[in-house]
Design a protein. Structure first.
Lengths: 646, 273
């Protein structure tokens, strides 16, 4: 094994180690714990790259099979086996990548159970499943001809498979044509979200042609990589032949893409200085125009460097095309950006690494390439015969070396895992309504202390004191906050740290309820005096305190609910206090749950004698009402001023 | 579809009390909101909130919920049939079939379906128009709870007539259209409003063409493509094979010089092509 391959394999094993850690995190803690996906960005890197990119990158299989078996261009036969193996492993990688992305991965085969022919995604799924079967059969002979598998039954199977090669190849071409194009059809239904420079009624044609071009260049790139890492022969003549064909395909793709936009008038109206236009132009240049142009130049396409550059550009550009369609140019609300988490990247890379390792192992153990390369031993001894010093690590040392790489990388990955990937998704911090100042007026409270009052615009006071409006509990309900009073109460300069501590991990300011513990607690509203009066003095004691032997206290008395049956509204969002005998729900609940409901009922019973509309929300929550009533719903006033809450 | 059920939202009547939201939460036991990243506010639609009130400037309240399109994009997109348009009208979701691909989230023109991102095994959530209640002969929970009759339940034809009646009666008050009457083939949840409701969809002008038709324009070609590509490949294989066979036979017949030269020329040409 040469040094390059050793470094490559060690690196790949490191990625596999990271993948192992993330696999656990993904399947134990769910999609949300490791991805940056959201309802606004339901599809991310795993669909854009692993699935859409993966399928396109594996297009070399059917392109080369068609070239050799159907069009009879026998000289390209050396590419058949590597291309089929790439496609075979590529499609398995797609399935694996998809199972990371699916919410219910064990339902991955359900399209085969519930046929939905009207869905473009069903078409893709069906074709991919069938094509994977075809690829398995196409590749099986390579495995079966291994000397160790030379058993009578297997030999018979091999002969049968060889006999059906042509039908298999034709089936593969048909299925590939269908699903490569259907990947484009996926987005026909989202004309509103996909940017017009990418959306086109003929997207499926563009996807198919670009896949053919990409397939040719992928075979090119792969041969060069196999030569570089595995020491296989470079068929330079043939590669430059593929390059010329790719130039034609990529050129017609570029012409068709621009022509389609021009004919539909999109080019003139949407090609501006926007970032989408820049992205579109660079994508088209990298994926097609530059490589096609370069490949037309004979010296470029007959040099290894030129071919490597062109194939790398095409691969990069075409993957970019898929990513643009699936993610970048797919509209999201402006403030809800999506960028993949490092874990999403690492899973994608890890899957690719895993399958490159499997590819290499196939190459090392089966006759994938015509020449032996260095895989089967290039004749070089692994030690220096003069000194007996090992030139390369001993064979047995390799597993140890690779394990070490994988474990070390896994350990690093664990260190960098965010909290959610380890513990599972934590309750999200509620988005905070930003604090702002409003004009207010300090009012003395009867019992001393300060109280704030919003200044009505109609008030004739020239300027009020600015007060802070904060969403301290982070629940979307900002309240006036008297910063000065809090400062004073908490011993001035030393008080800052009580709220702004800045030293707890993941911390924000102290929420209001952390000090005001009773904020959401049920409150005691029991008025003994009024009950005594209602129940006719001493004679009424026993109605509540029914056990004369016991001390007369709240604990021994009859529960409130025994008499007041609907103390808590059935619509209440707040849990009922457990100790109903001595406490009622909070103020807002009391108003909404008790008053409003009750007024509704009473109003229905006796509409004549009751004040109308007390059951209506805008009776209290209305900006036209007196200021005291307006303050009953400060959050509504606040959101109105800030211009809506969407 | 004229007797399918529908909901009419009249935003001029909505006071933003959120009783519909509370009733919906109670009906489906959704519990407290679990907002997810990428959500603007707690009160946005989420996997724990199937309907919500959007507050627009100047005290306008617009209820957001699934529109139950007459030709739903989500139903056409779902590759396992987890999304279904019921004969009654509502679009419902069957978690048993769902594979979690989230194509429905991507294609909905109104951005309605939500995903339980914080769950280990997440499913899609959305308003079902209380299909079970409808089948029992009741009205949806939200409609039941509305104190202002801002949201009404009935057959689509009935509600469309009512909507037009209200607009005709007071043309100055309303926008001159029923939102959801024709867009993308029509929706079962329709709105009349004094403010434009374009913000409810991804783009202001949705057009009247049902979305599934756009996919079908490409997908209906699949059988023909299958036969066409298969036939073409088989044909090319046969022609190329035959030419090569002829060429090799001709090469062997060394004595028939004139004819052999002609055929070889032809074969070489076909090889180059």
């Amino acid at each position: 094994m040469n040094k390059r391959l050793l470094i490559l394999k060690t690196t790949l094993w490191a990625f596999v180690g990271v993948l192992a850690v993330l696999t656990v995190a993904r399947f134990v803690n769910g999609l949300g714990a490791v991805t940056n996906l959201s309802d606004a960005a339901p599809w991310g890197l795993w669909i854009g790259f692993d699935v859409m990119g993966g399928v396109a990158l594996a297009a070399g299989g059917f392109v080369i099979a068609a070239t050799v078996y159907i069009f009879g261009l026998e000289r390209y036969r050396p590419f058949v086996r590597p291309a089929i193996l790439t496609a075979f492993l590529g499609y398995i990688a797609v399935a694996v990548g998809l199972s990371y992305d699916l919410g219910v991965p064990w339902h991955i085969w359900y399209p085969a159970r519930y046929w939905q022919y009207h869905s473009a995604l069903f078409e893709v799924a069906a074709c991919v499943m069938l094509y994977l079967t075809v690829l398995t059969l196409e590749f099986a002979p390579v495995v079966l001809e291994h000397p160790r598998l030379d058993k009578p039954l297997l030999r018979k199977l091999l002969a049968t498979l060889r006999r059906v090669t042509i039908p298999l190849v034709i089936a593969g071409i048909v299925l590939s044509t269908l699903h490569q194009s259907s990947l484009g059809s996926l987005f026909l239904i989202t004309p509103y979200r996909l940017h017009p420079l990418w959306y086109s009624p003929i997207m499926y044609v563009l996807f198919f042609i670009s896949a053919v071009g990409l397939g040719l260049m992928m075979v090119n790139l792969e041969s060069l990589l196999a030569a570089f890492f595995l020491g296989h022969k470079v068929h330079k003549e043939l590669l430059s032949g593929l390059g010329l064909a790719a130039a034609a395909v990529l050129g017609s793709y570029a012409v068709l893409r621009i022509g389609d936009l021009a004919v539909r008038g999109v080019l003139t109206s949407y090609l501006t200085s926007s970032w989408q236009s820049v992205l579109f132009l660079s994508e088209l240049a990298i994926s097609a125009i530059i490589p096609a142009g370069l490949l037309l130049i004979r010296p470029v396409r007959s040099s290894i460097g030129g071919l490597a550059l062109c194939s790398a550009l095409t691969v990069l550009g075409m993957v970019m095309y898929r990513l643009d369609v699936a993610i970048v140019a797919f509209a999201r609300p402006a403030q809800l950006a999506y960028f993949p988490s490092w874990m999403e990247f690492a899973v994608s890379l890890g899957i690719v690494a895993t399958f490159i390792l499997i590819f290499i192992s196939f190459v090392e153990n089966f006759r994938v390439y015509d020449d032996t390369g260095q895989a089967a031993g290039s004749g070089k001894p692994s030690y220096d015969p003069a000194t007996l010093h090992a030139l390369l690590p001993h064979r047995l040392a390799l597993p140890r070396r690779f394990s070490l790489a994988a474990i070390a990388a896994a350990a690093v990955a664990v260190v960098f895992l965010p909290q959610e990937a380890i513990t599972g998704v934590l309750p999200a911090n509620t988005p905070v309504v930003a604090s702002r100042t409003v004009d207010g007026l300090p009012v003395r409270r009867d019992g001393g202390g300060r109280k704030l009052r919003l200044i009505d615009r109609s008030d004739s006071i020239p300027q009020g004191t600015p007060f802070l409006m904060i969403d301290g509990n982070r629940n979307g309900y900002p309240v006036l906050f008297d910063h000065k009073a809090h400062e004073a109460r908490l011993e001035n300069d030393r008080s800052c740290g009580v709220c702004h501590h800045l030293n707890k991990p993941f911390d924000r300011n102290t929420a209001c309820f952390e000090c005001h513990r009773d904020m959401y607690e049920p409150v005691s509203i029991f008025n003994h005096t009024s009950h005594v009066a209602q129940l006719e003095g001493n004679a009424g004691c026993t109605q509540c305190h029914q056990q004369p032997a016991m001390e007369k206290s709240a604990e021994t008395a009859v529960a409130c609910a025994e008499c007041h049956a609907d103390l808590v509204s059935p619509l209440s969002l707040v849990e009922e206090p457990e100790e109903r005998w001595r406490a009622a729900v909070g103020y807002m609940e009391a108003m909404h749950g008790l008053c409003v409901d009750c007024h509704e009922t009473k109003l229905a019973e006796d509409p004549e004698n009751l004040p109308p509309a007390l059951d209506r929300c805008d009776t209290c929550h209305d900006a036209d009402r007196p200021i005291e009533l307006q303050r009953m719903a400060p959050h509504i006033v606040a959101t109105r001023q800030s211009g809506g809450g969407e | 579809m004229s007797d399918s059920v529908a909901i009419l939202n009249d935003t001029t009547r909505c006071t933003g009390c959120e009783k519909c939201v509370a009733a919906c939460k109670q009906e489906y036991e959704l519990g407290r909101d679990r907002p997810w990243r990428g959500q603007g506010a707690v009160s946005d639609l989420s996997s724990t909130r199937y309907t919500t009130i959007i507050r627009r400037p100047e005290e306008h309240y617009v209820r957001q919920q699934c529109r139950h399109c007459l030709e739903p994009a989500c139903v056409s997109a779902c590759l396992v049939g987890a999304m279904q348009k019921t004969p009654e009208g509502p679009v419902v979701y069957d978690a048993e079939k769902c594979m979690g691909c989230r194509y429905c989230l991507a294609v909905c023109p109104y951005g309605i379906p939500r995903y339980e991102w914080d769950r280990r095994v997440p499913y899609v959530t959305k308003c079902t128009m209380c299909i079970d209640r409808i089948r029992r002969g009741e009205v949806p929970a939200c409609v039941d709870a509305c104190p202002e009759e801002a949201t009404m339940f009935g057959t689509r034809a009935e509600l469309l007539a009512e909507a037009h009646r209200r607009i005709d009666q007071d043309p100055g008050k309303y926008q001159p259209r029923v939102f959801g009457e024709h867009e993308i083939g029509g929706t079962s949840v329709i709105y009349i409003s004094d403010i434009p409701l374009d913000f409810l969809a991804w783009k202001p002008d949705l057009g009247t063409q049902p979305l599934p038709e756009r996919t079908w324009a490409a997908l209906h070609k699949v059988p023909a493509m299958m036969v066409g590509v298969g036939g073409l490949m088989a044909g090319v294989y046969w022609v190329v094979g035959r030419r090569m066979k002829l060429a090799s036979e001709a090469a062997m017949e060394a004595e028939a010089t004139d004819i052999a030269e002609d055929t070889q020329g032809g074969a070489a040409e076909s090889r180059r092509g």
